[in-house]
Write a protein that binds this ligand. Structure first.
Ligand SMILES: NC(=O)c1ccc[n+]([C@@H]2O[C@H](COP(=O)([O-])OP(=O)(O)OC[C@H]3O[C@@H](n4cnc5c(N)ncnc54)[C@H](O)[C@@H]3O)[C@@H](O)[C@H]2O)c1
Length: 335
């Protein structure tokens, strides 16, 4: 039984608290939030579980094996470092930290203390995302030409980070998982409309070494909640809609065939193929539950997580370069 404490009881933390209190391999032994109102909101559901206003106090709890950190990104590095140095395993929410230097220091601290460091890139535990990866690896779409993500909604608006660091983190981790590598070049443009310093809308582009381009549109200032990726291949096209639990993936047998060689004008035309539309049967479950279970399994089996520190660092490196591009008018930058 792994004893877990969770810090952060805002929007996301209660989902982690619920999972660690119900999974068979874990026992919830501490809940922490600096805001007493947030603690009061969760306390009634977890009677008997000690609540703390200070992370340091929770860390001193006897028998604590692991901590899960779901606080604003500025706290990720100091909290995770403290926990690893105290010999605790860490599940750290995304993005892993504010700089790649911080990520590197966390990776070194986890190695030194021989503890598991797992980053909350929850979409890599999503069965639809994994199914798409399988389709790509098996060549079902043919050669991938390009793909694009839309991740928009009205709020939640953050004051501590921009829409890219908050939302595009997910799409970057998915894109790199699908392509099996980091992008070679990146660029971004961001726009601030609300009265704060953070970009509310960001358009980013990841260019992979083989020329495949992924476009990312993220916004918390949009009338519609959209969570969608569209992939265009030479044989087929695919749409992944995260907000549709019944039919998250649709595969279109559509393409444009081009003649290899034509010597007459009449023979030269692109032929449009309008084939079947297939919706594979997928049971998605709760990706966060799978992520929490994976964290516990890695502790028990002494294994590296799928979303380990290196994976978290890779995403932060891309975010840093995109931020640089955004600050230099969308220049295309080498990674
Ligand atoms: N994986 C996902 O899909 C997903 C979704 C949402 C948020 N997140 C991540 O989870 C983290 C939290 O996001 P959120 O939306 O819950 O934010 P939030 O602002 O709603 O909640 C953060 C909580 O942390 C508490 N807190 C802040 N500083 C603290 C401190 N020093 N000590 C103790 N408690 C402190 C706040 O009081 C608040 O209750 C972020 O890193 C975010 O990126 C991940």
């Amino acid at each position: 039984m792994i004893c877990v404490g969770v810090v952060g009881c805002g929007h996301w933390g209660p989902n982690l608290i619920r999972n660690f209190s119900t999974l068979l391999d874990s026992e919830l032994v501490g809940i922490c939030d600096a805001d007493p109102k947030r603690l009061d909101a969760v306390r009634p559901f977890y009677t008997g579980v000690p609540c703390f206003r200070s992370f340091d106090e929770m860390l001193e709890q006897p028998g604590l094996d692991a901590v899960c950190i779901a606080t604003p990104v500025a706290t990720h590095y100091p909290f995770a470092l403290k926990a690893l140095e105290a010999g605790k395993h860490v599940l750290l929410e995304k993005p892993m930290a504010q700089t790649s230097g911080q990520c590197e220091r966390l990776i070194a601290a986890a190695e030194k203390s021989d503890r598991v460091l797992c980053v909350g890139h929850v979409f890599l535990f999503n069965k639809a995302v994994r199914y798409v990866k399988q389709q790509l690896d098996e060549g079902e779409l043919g050669e991938v030409h390009y793909f694009y993500f839309t991740r928009t909604n009205l709020g939640p608006v953050r004051e501590d980070t921009n829409a890219m660091w908050d939302l595009a983190t997910h799409d970057i981790s998915i894109a790199m998982h699908w392509m099996g590598e980091l992008p070679a070049k990146v660029r971004a443009s961001g726009h601030t409309y609300l009265a704060h310093k953070c970009e509310d809308v960001v358009f980013s582009e990841l260019v992979f070494a083989n020329g495949v381009v992924a476009h990312l549109h993220v916004s918390w200032l949009d009338p519609c909640k959209v969570r969608r990726a569209t992939l265009i291949g030479s044989k087929r096209m695919l749409v992944y809609t995260d907000t549709d639990p019944i039919a998250p993936v649709t595969i279109y047998d559509k393409r444009v065939d081009q003649p290899d060689f034509t010597d007459t004008q009449a023979a030269f035309h692109m032929s449009i193929r309008e084939g079947d539309i297939r919706i594979p049967r997928l049971t998605i479950g709760e990706p966060l539950k799978a992520e929490c279970q994976h964290f516990l399994d890695c502790i028990n089996k002494k294994e590296k997580p799928l979303t380990d520190g290196q994976n978290g660092l890779d995403v932060v490196r891309v975010l840093e370069r995109l931020q640089e591009s955004m600050e230099s008018n969308g220049t295309l930058l080498d990674l």
